[in-house]
Ligand binder design. Structure first.
Ligand code: SIN
Length: 319
């Protein structure tokens, strides 16, 4: 249901959805981020018509999302904020690689003032595959933008709609690669119709982006690393990171936030030295349940990679 005169802006950032391979049908030996977003849109039959002819493309970046960095996030957040402030824009679609999509989704959720839909989409097969999944995902993403009442930052892939907070890539190859774990998807896109089973996600106030814009938006962002607790853990890696100037550490813990004793001792030393340390669980589902007297704070349900984004933004605002 297109409101007349309202644009949908599709921001391209790269990924497998824009990937090409020398051999049609090669699903793993391709190069991500090759096809421009305008060309991608033009190749999807019925996409412009679905958007009432009001689809606009803008290339913000062209990267394999494993290489996503602060510079692209900065540029993307600013372009999103610019378009969202335009009364003629109904919502945004962002084409993105699958590998760090959940991190970008959480970053945008945290920094944008989202009273309109911002839908990230992607593909597990390159544009040159025998059966690319990108075209259907693009159609579904536009259908979500057009759905009545749609707001918030979401991801759409393989017919499912996920909230930025819970979406997680859980498979390196299957087309159905994303889940929202315990929370479940927000809904599904079926033949262009969105069947919602949860409320649209509630967006932020946009204060974070305001703070970043005024302050440290153009400066170097704080250095925040993720370390993993595992059998045979040691503290030497963390000690080296602290000596090298790391400002924040997220530890992907075993089980309910437990850490190998050698690593934990180093993390406590790091915290004592002024480094912010946060515990998340390395389990694919569930979250750390805090206990009174915990020496290291927990990530309040965020996965390790999303906890890294949250800590980064905390440190940015504190600068
Ligand atoms: C990427 O994340 O950019 C490459 C992998 C993918 O999109 O599936």
């Amino acid at each position: 249901m297109q409101v007349s005169g309202q644009k949908i802006v599709v921001l391209g950032t790269g990924g497998t959805i824009a990937g090409t391979s020398a051999q049609a049908g090669d699903n793993i030996g391709y190069t991500a981020a090759q096809v421009g977003v305008a060309q991608l849109l033009a190749a999807v039959p019925g996409l412009q018509a679905l958007a009432g002819g009001m689809l606009e493309a803008e290339q913000v970046a062209q990267v394999d999302s494993k290489d996503m960095d602060d510079g692209v996030w900065r540029a993307l957040a600013l372009r999103c904020a610019h378009h969202l402030a335009d009364p003629d824009v109904r919502g945004l679609v962002i084409t993105h690689g699958t590998d760090t999509l959940e991190e970008t989704a959480w970053f945008l959720h945290e920094v944008l003032d989202v009273s309109k839909p911002v839908v990230l989409t992607c593909a597990m097969r390159p544009a040159t595959a025998l059966t690319p999944d990108g075209p259907q995902n693009l159609l579904d993403a536009v259908a979500v933008v057009l759905a009545p009442g749609a707001t918030g930052v979401m991801a759409v892939a393989a017919g499912e709609v996920h909230a930025a907070r819970y979406v997680q890539k859980v498979h390196p190859y299957r087309v159905h690669a994303f889940t929202s774990g315990d929370a479940g998807p927000l809904g599904w896109v079926e033949e262009g119709h969105v069947r919602l089973v949860q409320n649209w996600p509630v967006g932020q106030t946009g204060q974070a982006l305001g703070a970043i814009k005024e302050g440290a938006f153009s400066a170097d962002w704080p250095w925040v690393e993720v370390v993993l607790s595992h059998a045979g853990g040691q503290g030497r890696g963390v000690d080296a990171l602290v000596r090298a100037g790391v400002q924040g550490l997220v530890v992907a813990c075993t089980g309910n936030g437990t850490i190998h004793q050698a690593l934990e001792a180093a993390l406590l030393r790091a915290q004592e030295a002024g480094v912010r340390v946060v515990r998340a669980t390395r389990c694919a589902e569930g979250q750390v349940l805090p206990k009174p007297g915990d020496a290291l704070p927990d990530s309040q349900g965020l996965s390790p990679v999303k906890a890294r984004v949250a800590l980064l933004l905390d440190l940015l605002q504190a600068d």
